[in-house]
Design a protein around this ligand. Sequence first.
Ligand SMILES: [Zn+2]
Length: 230
Amino acid sequence: MTSKCRHCGNVLKASFCNLGTSPFANSLIEPQEISAAEKHYPLELFLCSNCLLVQLDAFEPPDVIFSNYSYFSSFSDTWVAHAKRYVEKICSEYKFDQNSQVVEIASNDGYLLKEFVARKIPALGIEPATNVAQVAQDAGVPTINKFFGSALARELVGQGLGAAAEPARERARRARQRQRDPAVRAPAHLGALVAAERGGLAECLAGRYNRGTAMDFEWDDTKYEDGNFP
Ligand SMILES: [Zn+2]
């Protein structure tokens, strides 16, 4: 193993989870391809001892993986229901309105952003898989069909889209609230980010053991809300 960390360039040495080899998750073959050889990749996780980034070693360029993708978030009714409740919660918590701007990176088929669109809150999705982005666009969710990276970020900033830091007064109010009530946890969106990451790993694992089960996974808010994972 002489690969280097794709973030800091440090040589990767620490392997902590080796699941053998696997074809791409959510990249299903056509019936006519059934007897052809299918490419497998090592599914082994490494931890960079310098910057702590967890990563796979062998990888293909993103456009090979995501150009035509079989995973649609809306396939899971429980996940869609969770997304609806999540939007209700953060719209009230952060007081999102017509003057807000929501951006979701890797927005899939618009399962989440359509809830903002329904509330007339400006929303923009960024989704690299063309077939998936098309479904979102057809559902009325503005979606850019590109990979998110520094080039697209600069393009969006050039169009006047940028993230503003939380105003100091609001930040102080939240800090006081947390001091008063230790039960006030990290903002809900952090939970969702963790959830998304976990979802990705679940897809990865499902792809290893039973390709296709991740297509309709069950989501239970009572178990996973706010990043409390079993
Ligand atoms: Zn590193």
